[in-house]
Write a new protein. Sequence first.
Length: 564
Amino acid sequence: MKKQFIYFIIIIQLFAACNDDILDILPQDRVSDEAVWSDANLINAYHTSLYNSILHGFTIHMLSKATDEAFCAINWDIGIIPTGQLRPDNVGSISNEHWTGGGGLYYWDAAFRNLRRINIFLEQMEVLEIELTNKDQLIAEAKFLRAYIYFLLVERFGGVPIVDRSYELGAEVVFVRSTFEECVDFIENDLNEAIPDLAVRYQTSDSNFGRATRDAAQALKSRLFLYAASPLFNEQNDQSKWQKAADAAEELINSSYSLHPEYRTLFNQPTGSTNNEIIFARPFSTSPGASHSSPMDNLNRRHGGYGGWWASNGPSQNLVDDYDMINGEPAFIFENGSKSINPASGYDPQNPYENRDPRFYETIIYDGAIFHGDTYEMWVSSDAESWGFDSYLQSGDNPRTNYVLKKFMPEDGVPLNWQEPYTNPWIIFRLGEIYLNYAEAKFELGDEETARNYLSLVRERVGMPAIPSTESGDRLRQRIYNERRIELAFEEHRYWDVRRWKIAPEIENRPIRGMDIIRNQSTGVKTYSEIQLLARIFEEKMYFLPIELNERLRNPEITQSPGY
């Protein structure tokens, strides 16, 4: 896959440098020219370039900062979401094409450009005159990519126009929104047509790792059907939709995947490492432009990088609070908008980071944590004249929450600097998510025992106690919600989960909090006090993104998202 992509780039460069006469003759606004479709190598390279439509989360401003997972110390880009300023005239600033990356949240323009290129490919395959030994597989992968893009669209906008063919530039065509259900059927149909001609799976060490497989298509079905069964899209609680979601997950559960033995190394191993939990991911390499610098986008100035890029992804106290204690008990009880310590948990407010779920230590750097041989110090002295090396007062790039993201960061021995080409893949589907999808679907079908079992399997990996058999009803539902929050933290699930569950008005209107740590200079004793950092605003219309104003001016027949 990577070699073919490089070949494609080289061919384009050669055309630009040496073949001006060709570019003068061929239409420059299209890629479906005779030069591409008459050469097997160029066809494969064109097809490989379609994988650029796969988004990843290694951006300066991660999607997490649009949720209660993280706090950004600046109020632009995705900051327009938590502050309630999202509008049709500014939604484009959170696109994957914005200079900060924008978390890839507004994915309308890029999505339909990518869909056009996929449709061109599929149309050319119908009239192709040369022989391709892998033609059926290439078609199947293109259909998977089209299904994947449409899933990204429906989770953002609900129903969107279904465009299954290419149009000449300037063609007069009216696009209207299809319903959400019609879009789900379209995605499912593409996946069903693709599956027979896809490879079953590629091991993470395979050179084809990152290409679509049957298992990736099944994982997309699992997530698609889970969303379609959720309250946002299933207002009548149609049980057949939950059954469909359970069946899709069960097919993968019974396949050859297994949970990776270590939660931490699951996320920070280089592309090509053995990992039997990953079903589908976007891989990276050390080739120019094919790696990422995500660790330095999240660490502070200590390691000589650009810092946290203005503290853009500092984990929140909101997230920290939701990590259980090592005995399996939640640290806090949340009732009627108030928070109190759970007496059964053993939580000590003077030692708030002791005896927590091991995933806390593998996800977040906190005051006193050791990482790459350094002890992080987020405290401020009682006399206000000195502070810890990692205090936000020492550097404005240190997250104001007083927490730093550790998940995805490299192990000891791997250099920490923004020039280092990091190649850990961005995981899109993994078995841990499928277990949680299955647990949720089975719970909603009334099978609480199976739901508890699969939650417990996920917890067992890190040594957490099983979910007690006494947890039932709404308490078990809250366990399911929280397990997804912890297990999938910063993997771009939280934004969508709180919306599809229709709990966003409660969760997204809670302020973002951090932790102030005051150290007595005489005794060395630290005092921990929570601080409110951002009063957030969520309105009903924010379940979906608006369509950008300019898009509706171009296509007036496309109805705006409700409330905008």
